[in-house]
Write a protein that binds this ligand. Structure first.
Ligand code: GLU
Length: 501
């Protein structure tokens, strides 16, 4: 264990959009840093030049900022351990690789791609127990080495792993069996393009950035023995490891990274933070939700805020077992957080979502007279911000479209529905247009017509909103305004006449 001040890092490769699992890793690192008063570092591992995706760095930073996971050092934050892009640290890696070569811990390998491919084929064919480099270049004589140096098109630098024995290390979350060293046949540390491999750059940087704890996905577990041997060869202290469990898809079967639709009606799995954001999840809900994916605040409490999470976070409370993504819980939680927002705050957050649904610019929508009426109606019903359009688009549409059959109430025919609707429109035209003044007279009207209130209200709901399920009827009418409400009733009567032929 280390007694140095805690320094943790998130080390994404800019090879794609920021994944939900990465966000969870970032969150746990951040929580640990904030809990201990340590530092959270963002380092960009951009050494695989073939897999770089241009806008992914921006997406990583946007996603972290959206979740309000601020980094103390890294891109755009600076810090005294920079640069924080591996591609800007090449001399450092070269210097240490050279030193390892001189000390006999690493060596130049001149084997061609063709030779390595043939070697792999041959090992596969004879079902060799270990598939890997045969270490030919490890034992070259000085003369052979000089000859290859002169003739080979390119070379890599490989780490000379111990050829026997085992490597042991401790992970805070699970018991680790010793790894057989011979399994790691001299991995490459510097590639032929001069860039380091992930393993080498990662170890060098974690050392020089004084990282004390490595919390990352458990897909990296099998790399740790190599890393530990690198630390040992370099004579450096090995950080503390905690490998986080996988997040599985909601059925608990597959990896979340695989996008799949299992059957008709299944929703597409959201994989990237940007997708959750676009789907109208609140960052506060997402923060809370990510925190409970593998960590438990307390056995009976799932809902907590940032400060509470910081105060309680402990690596020891992380569950090492992989868990399914509980989408139902996220939806529930998002609704909960939406209901807790100040209405003005909710209105502001809804603008881009509602604006996109009803084709209105933020400013236009912000000043729309109906918005203050609609926000409380939506607040009690939204699961995500994106649901807003579906709920209240009828207020903004010039004309609503629906199947005229929907106007025919259960137990009535078109003529009966028409009579009821016409009577309701007439009454509506006479009543003061205030929410509290509408309901009782309409109930009385239903009574006089020999209808259940539900029958009459159902017809009116379709006439006003075009939907069977909508926010409360009389609030919807008020939001629409008297003239438009009356016009929609008149239009619905026309449609009913059309049905009657
Ligand atoms: N660059 C690695 C990744 O993209 C970092 C793994 C680690 O945290 O060591 O996941």
């Amino acid at each position: 264990m280390t007694s140095r001040p805690v320094r943790v890092r998130m080390a994404p490769s800019p090879t794609g959009y920021f994944h939900l699992g990465s966000a969870r890793t970032a969150l746990f690192n951040w929580l640990y840093a904030r809990h201990t008063g340590g530092a959270f570092i963002l380092r960009i591992e951009d050494t695989d030049r073939t897999r770089l995706v241009p806008d992914s760095l921006q997406d990583i930073m946007d996603s972290l900022r959206w979740l309000d996971l601020d980094w103390d050092e890294g891109p755009e934050a600076g810090g005294r351990h920079g640069p924080y892009f591996q591609s800007q640290r090449l001399p450092l890696y070269h210097g240490w690789a050279e030193r390892l070569v001189q000390q006999g811990h690493a060596y130049r390998c001149y084997c061609s791609e063709e030779r390595l491919a043939a070697l792999r084929q041959e090992q596969l064919a004879r079902k060799a127990p270990v598939i890997g480099y045969d270490r030919q270049c490890r034992s070259l004589t000085t003369a052979q080495r000089a000859e290859r140096e002169a003739t080979a098109a390119a070379h890599v630098i490989r780490f000379a792993m111990p050829t026997e024995g085992e490597t042991r290390f401790v992970d805070l979350l699970r018991k680790i069996k010793p790894f057989d060293n011979d399994h790691y046949r001299d991995p490459i540390i510097i590639k032929s393009d001069g860039f380091p491999t992930y393993h080498f750059a990662n170890v060098i940087d974690d050392h020089f950035m004084e990282i004390t704890h490595i919390l990352r996905g458990d897909e990296w577990l099998s790399s740790v023995p190599l890393h530990v041997n690198l630390y040992n060869a370099l004579g450096w202290e090995v950080p503390v490891f905690a490998h986080l469990p996988l997040i599985l898809d909601p059925s608990g079967v597959g990896k979340l990274s695989k996008r799949k639709k299992r059957g008709e009606g299944d929703e597409e799995l959201l994989t990237y933070i940007r997708e959750y954001r676009a789907a109208g999840y609140l960052p506060e809900a997402m923060f809370n939700f990510l925190a409970i994916m593998g960590w438990s605040y307390s056995p009976n409490t799932d809902v907590f805020d940032r400060e509470q999470a910081i105060a309680k976070f402990d690596i020891a409370d992380i569950n090492a077992a992989a868990g399914a993504l509980p989408m139902t819980k996220l939806n529930w939680m998002n609704g909960l957080y939406i209901r807790e927002l100040e209405p003005a705050d909710l209105a502001e957050r809804l603008l881009p979502f509602l604006g996109a649904a009803v084709d209105m610019a933020d400013d236009e929508l912000r000043n729309h007279a109906a918005l203050p009426l609609l926000v409380p109606m939506m607040q009690s019903r939204l699961v995500t911000l994106n649901d807003a359009g579906e709920l209240v688009d009828f207020v903004f549409a010039q004309e609503i479209r629906y199947d005229p059959q929907m106007l025919i109430a259960k137990g009535l025919d078109a003529a009966g529905s028409l009579t009821a609707l016409a009577a309701a429109r007439q009454l509506l035209a006479e009543l003061p247009f205030e929410e509290s003044a509408l309901e009782q007279p309409m109930r009385d009207l239903a009574d006089r017509l020999g209808l259940k209130p539900g029958q009459l209200f159902g017809i009116l709901r379709v006439a006003i909103t075009g939907k069977n399920v909508a926010p409360p009827l009389f609030s919807s009418m008020i939001a629409l305004g008297r003239d438009r409400a009356l016009a929609r009733c008149a239009r619905a009567e026309e449609l009913l006449r059309g049905v009657m032929g």
